[in-house]
Design a protein around this ligand. Structure first.
Ligand SMILES: Cc1cc2nc3c(=O)[nH]c(=O)nc-3n(C[C@H](O)[C@H](O)[C@H](O)COP(=O)(O)OP(=O)(O)OC[C@H]3O[C@@H](n4cnc5c(N)ncnc54)[C@H](O)[C@@H]3O)c2cc1C
Length: 397
């Protein structure tokens, strides 16, 4: 693809937040937009549940009808053992927007990028933005590194950091991350037997050392995740597949659902499958927000601006919402109205405060293990803090 040197806006990162921002910028009439994504939508992506009202955002982005044709897995709500051994149901039956979905994330992300391309956004995959420098009087020069090792420089009047929780460029422009929490998740995907009827609810189960969830994905795949603190994961040996599996089998409800459909036997076997199912993967799941989500000629969206605990299942909704709000702020900035960016920042901060209140309430509900370090830490009222402590990922064995 031949690239023009000057763009009105360059969006770095083609996840849900970056794609939604690019789509919404087109709706705002911004002509020259480049979306740069380092991957090619070929690898597994984590995070799958979206609530029913996501359809409002997809509609606002003008892609709801096409999304519905993608046939992701219907989700009718959640079912959890949280604060009690008994299961409690939070179904979407009375939700005015109907059902939610369990997404094939790789396919969903690729769909969003495709839609952006169809609407006139230049989409450049397999290319990493390796550096950004301010140019005077306005804008940025970016270094692009292609898969072939070729470096190119391009310029943009405005920059959107949609690089996910690394927030590389917002940080290089002086923003700092204010952390609340630093969970880590150990995840495996499994193939379910073809004829099996697995629950269309997200299953959530608190345990002494953290919490588990399981969600059925399109194509008879199952995402199974345990979340805890890095030292607890290590101490419990959850970074080893056999221990992870043993702990999964010890869960009261999720293991039963798996056993009912004979899936648990498959779990033990499927690591040899060519589809890379059953492999244990790790990802960090911090809660943080930037101290500033926007500045002169830039802003951050999605996980780059603020990241929530995966228990909230709000990451994708938040990413799409940010995209719509960010585009309005950039369009206002374009017209010379600086209040747009200030209002955007205020929205990110107030939403994070609401998330904090909900998150704290939710973790307070679990009182079964008063001496468990995991639950003690979750119930503490911690102030947001800057921290240089990085979460080390356990070695898989
Ligand atoms: C275990 C777990 C479970 C979760 N479950 C859910 C769930 O059920 N529901 C939900 O809504 N959310 C969930 N989330 C959160 C959700 O996945 C994220 O909030 C969401 O992906 C954020 O979207 P994003 O576009 O901001 O960032 P990302 O999806 O991280 O996208 C960032 C993109 O930027 C690209 N990129 C990064 N750096 C560069 C660069 N230098 N140059 C070019 N491209 C770059 C990356 O390749 C990536 O594609 C979960 C998260 C975790 C960890």
């Amino acid at each position: 693809m031949k690239l023009s040197r000057e763009y009105d806006v360059i969006v770095i990162g083609g996840g849900p937040a970056g794609c939604a921002t690019a789509l919404a910028l087109k709706q705002q009439g911004i002509p020259k937009i480049l979306l740069v994504e380092s991957g090619r939508y070929e690898t597994i992506r984590i995070g799958e549940s979206i609530p029913p009202d996501t359809r409002i955002l997809l509609n606002d982005l003008g892609i709801l009808a096409d999304f519905l044709e993608e046939n992701h897995e219907t989700c009718f709500g959640s079912c959890s053992s949280w604060g009690s051994d008994a299961l409690a149901y939070n179904d979407f039956l009375r939700n005015p927007y109907g059902n939610g979905w369990h997404l094939d994330r790789r396919r969903f992300n690729a769909f969003l990028a495709r839609k952006a391309g169809e609407r006139g956004v230049e989409v450049l995959c397999g290319t990493k933005v390796s550096r950004c420098d301010r140019i005077h009087p306005r804008g940025f020069q970016l270094q692009l590194a292609g898969e072939d090792g070729q470096m190119r420089a391009i310029a943009a009047s405005f920059l959107v950091d949609a690089t996910g929780m690394r927030a590389c460029f917002a940080k290089s422009l002086g923003a700092r991350k204010l952390f609340l929490d630093r969970l880590i998740c150990a995840i495996a995907f499994f193939e379910l037997p073809p004829s099996v009827a697995f629950s269309k609810l997200t299953l959530l189960e608190a345990v002494e050392y953290g919490w588990w969830y399981a969600a059925k994905l399109p194509n008879n795949r199952l995402a199974t995740v345990v979340a805890s603190e890095p030292p607890i994961i290590k101490e419990a040996g959850l970074h080893r597949r056999e221990n992870w599996l043993a702990c999964l089998k010890e869960t009261q409800h999720i293991s039963k659902e798996l056993a009912d459909c004979s899936a648990i036997e498959n779990l033990s076997l499927s690591s040899a499958s060519p589809a890379r199912t059953g492999e244990l993967m790790f990802c960090t799941a911090p809660s943080f927000r930037l101290d500033r989500a926007a500045g002169i000629d830039w802003l951050a969206v999605g996980d780059a601006a603020s990241a929530f605990d995966p228990i909230s299942s709000q990451g994708i909704y938040k990413a799409l919402w940010d995209g719509l709000k960010a585009a309005k702020a950039i369009a206002a900035d374009w017209q010379g109205d600086k209040r747009g960016l200030q209002e955007y920042e205020a929205l990110i901060t107030s939403r994070f405060d609401r998330y904090l209140a909900q998150r704290n309430y939710f973790y307070q509900m679990e009182q079964r293990w008063p001496t468990s370090p995991f639950w003690q830490h979750r119930r503490e009222r911690i102030a947001l803090r800057e921290s240089n402590v990085s979460v080390s990922m356990p070695r898989i064995s």
